[in-house]
Design a binder for this molecule. Structure first.
Ligand code: AMP
Length: 114
């Protein structure tokens, strides 16, 4: 896949408001937040879309969800609740082709699908 701006954020070539980092995963605030809390959880390796996830990525994907859970607690939205979303390709409105989970919360969200 071709490199995206998320790789540049991971390499610190672009600024971001980072809220969590470990060896495999980075989480930073979305530049155009849809709610008071809007964080993107991103694997450091380049996986373009959900379609490109392989069986060997299963542990990493699980860790991404655990990071989402940790950041939700950190941001004090865990008890009230939040949404985790992954957009895929055109119909899913994916814009950045580097896999990421949106963690969205901090207000009452509407609907669960388009
Ligand atoms: P998606 O539609 O799932 O590909 O979402 C991509 C998300 O990346 C959007 O919510 C954008 O607002 C967000 N985004 C784009 N550029 C940046 C950036 N430089 N820093 C943080 N978030 C970004």
């Amino acid at each position: 896949m071709s490199e995206t701006l998320f790789t540049k954020i991971i390499r610190r070539e672009l600024p971001a408001d980072i809220v969590y980092e470990d060896d495999e995963i980075l989480a930073f605030r979305d530049i155009n937040p849809q709610a008071p809390v809007h964080v993107l959880i991103v694997p450091k390796i380049e996986i373009a879309t959900v379609n490109d996830i392989q069986p060997e990525h299963a542990e990493l994907i699980g860790k991404m969800v655990l990071v989402a859970q940790k950041v939700a607690k950190q941001e004090a939205i865990a008890d009230d609740g939040y949404r985790l979303a992954i957009n895929c390709n055109r119909h899913g409105c994916q814009i950045v082709f580097h896999l990421h989970i949106h963690l969205i919360g901090g207000k009452q969200l509407r609907g669960s699908a388009a």
